[in-house]
Write a protein that binds this ligand. Structure first.
Ligand code: ZN
Length: 186
């Protein structure tokens, strides 16, 4: 995919290596371990940790148009926690790639699960897709919401509902009840 985009840009007379374009896909080069290094710290208790409203900007791989919005991350620690600044950097790292929102959401959840082995981790992303806006789709409900629920948040409906309440999101908005998400890939 990356190779094709490079060719496409060159064909359009662009320099694929120019600085203004590079940051859009800089997430391919960035190193997850470098972000995590020093950012994983001992947990003080097993209370739920919520990091709300991390802004993100990504590019949809179907239409090469931006989608952007807010990411919310929650986890229940076992013995380790992660600095909130590192969460924001992880969100950036995975956003700066050609993405689909569902995969982006899962990738963030997976890396936190692997780094912390928490009791549960949840990632919810609310986004505006320019490819949907430009086609006049989703005029009424323009936010595409995706979620990745792992561990306790997947297994325990009460934990999930409690979290969504704290995020002031309805469960039926997030696909958590099997309602399909409406992103540009759907
Ligand atoms: Zn799209």
């Amino acid at each position: 995919m990356q190779h094709l985009i490079r060719e496409l840009l060159a064909e359009l007379g662009e320099d694929p290596g120019r600085e203004g374009l590079q940051f859009l896909t800089s997430g391919y080069q960035a190193d997850v371990n470098a972000v995590l290094h020093g950012a994983v710290v001992p947990a003080t208790d097993r209370e739920i940790v919520i990091i709300k409203d991390v802004n993100f900007y990504s590019l949809c791989e179907h239409h090469l148009l931006p989608f952007f919005g807010r990411c919310h991350v929650a986890y229940i620690p076992t013995t380790t926690a992660i600095r909130p600044s590192a969460i924001a950097r992880l969100v950036d790292l995975f956003s700066r790639r050609l993405q689909v929102q569902e995969r982006l959401t899962s990738q963030i959840a997976d890396v936190i699960r692997d780094a912390l082995t928490p009791i549960g981790v949840a990632v919810v992303m609310e986004a505006t897709h320019l490819c949907l806006s430009m086609r006049g789709v989703e005029k009424q409900n323009s936010l595409a919401v995706t979620s990745a629920m792992l561990g306790a948040f997947r297994e325990d409906a009460r934990a999930r509902t409690h979290l969504l309440e704290r995020l002031t999101l309805r469960a039926d908005m997030t696909g958590a009840r099997g309602v399909p998400n409406r992103t540009c890939s759907a």
